[in-house]
Write a protein that binds this ligand. Structure first.
Ligand SMILES: [Fe+2]
Length: 481
């Protein structure tokens, strides 16, 4: 691969790379693809931990020469595979079509802060697949924020397998945050667009074939980020953030107005999008849903609701000052209960501590669970995770674990213990990076007692830049179809 971006400081005027907080410090990309098959471990890796913790994130393969958004970096997966008390580490680029084109000098699209290319149809910007990872049908799917092409990646080797089109039936794109149903083996997703239909949703069967695809009627283009899934429904978000090229080039997204309102649409998972039932809620924006389930007449959704971060644009970031304000997420956990019989909706805030990037035991996706593991947010000017809150979703009570000062982590993933007896019988796994030394490691926490700190630390030979989303790939299912 070509050399990665490095800050150039040999001129009096700071370069665009120098000014971009998401290309420096713990966000600076790495250039090498590394493999370590028997990592050094501090403590002891439990022998009932089997599978791969995989995390996606942006890592520009070429030094950006134009305005560069954090979402523009080429997708790179960092992963640690655990088996028999040992740990393997790998990082690999996701070989997207657009990365291959860029390396060949033929890329016909720029990043989200640059003019769009309408000639590319739905994908008017460079598709990096850098945002989320879903484990489905025996392999990972790398997914992109502004609805892109899913890319299949081997969870053990991190080799790119192919683009995914679900048996040739995928009509459009897939947004970053679909949901898997581990009980049925299905994958639920949505996409959104600058063109009609503004939103659609789909269900992919355990056999990896698209089995339902529905149009969602909206008043105009929206920029939702996540969805909910229950046994019988999908929950779609119509929030007051409008999807427009002009707005995106300025701020990536913009809240149109607080009086526009917000709605959640509960649609039949295996039925028609025309039967969607909308629930008006308080104006808000949501990046990430924790989980959703059905409880009698009610559809319950837990999510991280954004609250103002109070930041002012920092002139030292130059043209990236607005981007930095938008990306410094502040959010609190909230529960909404939507009554499908009466149409009533009620909500309650569970806690006032800042948290985001929630992880749960994936066996409970779409079904009532008790726990989530949200990263604790450092209140600074960039998006940095300084620990975890483990929430009891019934009571809002939380147990907290914080890293040492100057150490920041990734989104966690819950790994069930082999032979697990209950929901939190397993491990919480994450990457950490020390902003001063650049040293990275994997931390393995006992999910029943995260406050006790790591029971094992895997020493890594290279830095893992801060990134986006993570998932757990069970060892017994990697490669199974
Ligand atoms: Fe996300």
């Amino acid at each position: 691969m070509p050399s990665s971006a490095t800050a150039s400081r040999d001129q009096d005027t700071p370069s665009l790379v120098d000014l971009n907080p998401y290309l420096n410090g713990i966000f600076a990309p790495v250039s090498a693809e590394t493999t370590v098959v028997d990592c050094t471990v501090i403590g002891e890796i439990p022998r009932d931990l089997h599978g791969a913790y995989c995390r996606n994130g942006p890592n520009p393969a070429n030094t950006p020469i134009d305005l560069h958004h954090w979402f523009d970096g080429d997708g790179m997966i960092h992963a640690v595979y655990f088996e028999n008390g040992k740990a393997e580490y790998r990082n690999r680029y996701i070989r997207t079509d657009d990365l291959k084109s860029e390396l060949a000098g033929t890329l016909d699209a720029g990043g989200v802060l640059l003019p769009a290319n309408p000639a590319r149809g739905e994908k008017v910007y460079k598709d990096t697949a850098n945002t989320d990872l879903v484990f489905h049908n025996g392999a990972l799917m790398a997914l992109w924020y502004i609805s892109g092409t899913p890319v299949r990646v081997d969870a053990r080797t991190l080799e790119t397998i192919r683009n995914e089109d679900f048996g040739g039936a995928l009509p459009r794109c897939v947004s970053a945050h679909g949901k898997t149903d581990t009980k049925t083996g299905e994958f639920a997703f949505f996409d959104y667009s600058l063109h009609q239909p503004w939103m659609s949703y789909g269900i992919v069967g355990k056999d990896n074939v698209l089995k339902n695809f529905q149009r969602v009627e909206l008043p105009g283009a929206r920029l939702p980020h996540d969805m909910g899934l229950t046994e019988n429904y999908v929950i779609l978000h119509d929030l007051p953030v409008v999807f427009s090229e002009a707005g995106r080039r300025k701020n990536l997204w913009r809240i149109e107005s607080q009086d526009r309102g917000a709605r959640f649409g509960v649609a039949p998972r295996n039925g028609s999008g025309a039967d969607i039932k909308w629930f008006e809620v308080e104006p808000c924006y949501i990046y990430h849903v924790v989980n959703a389930w059905e409880d009698g007449d009610e559809v319950v959704m837990h999510a991280c609701k954004m609250v103002p971060n109070g930041l002012k644009p920092n002139p030292s970031y130059g043209p990236y000052a607005p981007m930095a304000v938008v990306l410094a997420l502040h959010a609190v956990p909230v529960e909404w209960r939507m009554n499908m019989r009466t149409g009533a909706v009620r909500s309650r805030q569970l806690d006032d501590r800042l948290g985001e990037f929630p992880a749960i035991n994936n066996e409970y996706n779409g079904r009532k669970g008790r726990y989530s593991y949200n990263v604790s947010l450092d209140p600074g000017e960039t998006l940095r995770f300084d620990g975890f809150h483990k929430y009891n979703l019934e009571t809002g009570a939380a147990e907290t674990y914080k890293y040492a000062p100057g150490v920041f982590g990734s989104e966690g993933a819950f790994a069930p213990r082999i032979g697990a007896k209950d929901e939190d019988d397993g491990y919480l796994v994450t990457f950490t990076t020390d902003e001063n030394s650049g040293a990275s490691e994997v931390q393995v926490l006992n999910a029943k007692d995260i406050a006790a700190g790591p029971i094992a630390r895997v020493v890594l030979p290279c830095r893992v830049p801060a990134g986006f989303h993570a998932t757990w790939a069970p060892g017994s299912e990697i490669g199974a179809r």
